[in-house]
Ligand binder design. Structure first.
Ligand code: GDP
Ligand code: IMO
Ligand code: MG
Length: 439
């Protein structure tokens, strides 16, 4: 039995979809535990590219059960669209058979999307650059206890009661903004209709996962976003609204301490979509070059991703707070042809140097990274399948990151495809196990 959490440890889009797809070959259950359809997880199988937003990435593996946990905020109409879209690509999705949705999952409703957009407009220059999917407002309503849960769709009387409670507050809010109130009957009708489609997937997901653990099944928890976007631990307020790390698994009804391994996913450089601090951001030519070589455009919104050098300070912090046991480094191939490569090893400002990420420290935004330069390489890495075959400079780059982070990097990804991966085999230089990704 194993229970493994896969978590992004930068600002999202680290390649979690690819890593989860690889690991799910041997998984019985894949559980999405946080976020919503702000996520975009890309899986490339042969010539086919799948972008998953709410569906767990194990959906592409016949025989794997896919669970959406109670900590996820679910836009039910978007989920239906995603299911239909993926079925058209020939993937079997059967509700209650290979797809289960937690009764306790909160729903993203049309007014959440509207609220998300209005709040962004009102923030003006201080906008967060959200995905506009209604994520923040849905989590806000969950905390304010006026949210609707998936289970509410199972009983008309309960649904009406919950909708009335929510609208009594929401319509006041809309009135204040000079917007038309929500049409109660239309909302109820739409919810009942979408409920009829999705109800067969209803499940006590926590009980299902705990039972699977007792039965010694292989369980994979699929993280969304990245630790630096975590609502508490990330670059607040430029964050998402959920607990991104293994702590978020608790909301799925599974005790985080029972998770046996935490696999972090990081890119060989850094990207970020949306606003907020990004100490190693590159502008002009070099930023553009990485964006072009890495095809760095958002999988959910299509926005160009901001690109920059690898940030050891931020990733070391993310590794620590997420309790990462080992790391998968993706997109190493993208750096071919760039030399020298820079890695931030500390932040500096006002006569001080921070080797430890200054979480929440006032004035963080004014700190500047201190870089070390490493030699780059020219060779194309996309066909390389063993560590020894890599150019010496690429090996040195990986080892530099590994030493700086204090965790082993047993798996390297050198392209979007399923087979474009290097398993390093023997124990790495800090001696921890390299048994990762089911090999
Ligand atoms: P996620 O949100 O963490 O699942 O990542 P995304 O899917 O949003 O973005 C990662 C992008 O990088 C996708 O387009 C992947 O197909 C692609 N990708 C994943 N691993 C690699 C890799 O090792 N090399 C290259 N060149 N692309 C990769
Ligand atoms: P995956 O799972 C990258 C970012 C948004 C914005 C901030 C808040 O694909 O890695 P939100 O809509 O959540 O309120 O937006 O968080 N963001 C992501 N960035 N990858 C993601 O998911 C993201 N999910 C949210 O761009 O800056
Ligand atoms: Mg993504």
């Amino acid at each position: 039995m194993s229970s493994i959490c896969v978590v992004g440890i930068q600002w999202g889009d680290e390649g979690k979809g690819k890593v989860i797809d690889m690991m799910s070959a041997s998984s019985d259950l894949v559980v999405r535990y946080s976020g919503g359809n702000n996520a975009g997880h890309t899986v490339v199988v042969g010539k086919e590219k799948f972008v998953l937003h709410l569906l767990p990435s194990g959906i592409l593996r016949p025989g794997t059960k896919n669970l959406i946990g109670g900590g996820v905020v679910v836009d039910p109409w978007e989920l239906v669209k995603e299911i239909e879209g993926i079925r058209k690509l020939g993937i079997e999705v059967e509700l209650g058979k290979n797809l289960f949705l937690a009764w306790s999952a909160h729903l993203i409703l049309p007014y959440h999307r509207m609220q998300d957009q209005v709040m962004e407009e009102l923030r003006g220059h201080g906008k967060i650059g959200t995905t506009g999917r209604g994520i923040g407002p849905a989590y806000q309503d969950r905390a304010s206890r006026i949210g609707l849960r998936f289970s509410d769709l199972a009983d008309s009387a309960v649904l009406e009661k919950r909708v009335d409670a929510a609208l009594s507050l929401k319509n006041r809010f809309l009135e204040g903004l000079g917007k038309a109130p929500i049409d109660r009957e239309k909302l109820l009708g739409d919810l009942k209709e979408v409920g009829r489609v999705l109800l067969p997937s209803g499940q006590d997901v926590g009980a299902m996962v705990r039972t699977a653990a007792l039965e010694k099944k292989e369980i994979l928890f699929e993280g969304a976003q990245g630790m630096m976007l975590d609502v508490d631990l990330g670059t607040y307020p430029y964050v998402t609204s959920s607990s991104v790390g293994p702590a978020g698994i608790g909301a799925a009804g599974f005790p985080p301490r029972e998770v046996q391994r935490v696999v972090g996913v990081a890119k060989a450089y850094t990207t970020r979509v949306g606003e907020g601090p990004f100490p190693t951001e590159l502008f002009e030519e070099m930023g553009e070059r990485i964006r072009t070589q890495g095809h760095e455009f958002g999988a959910t919104t299509g926005r160009p991703r901001r690109c920059g050098w690898f940030d050891l300070v931020a990733v070391r912090y993310a590794v620590e707070v997420a309790g990462v046991d080992e790391l998968c480094l993706t997109n190493l191939d993208v750096l071919s042809g760039i030399s020298p490569l820079k890695v931030a090893v500390a932040y500096e400002g006002e006569g001080q140097s921070f080797g430890v990420y200054p979480a929440g420290v006032p004035g963080f935004e004014n700190l500047k990274p201190h870089y070390e330069e490493l030699e780059g390489w020219d060779e194309d890495l996309t066909s390389v399948r063993s560590f020894e075959e890599l150019p010496a400079a690429a090996r040195a780059y990986v080892e530099f990151l590994e030493n700086g982070l204090g965790v082993s990097i047993p798996v390297l990804s050198v392209g979007p495809g399923r087979n474009q991966v290097i398993h390093r085999g023997a124990a790495s230089n800090n001696g921890s196990s390299t048994k990762v990704l089911g090999v």
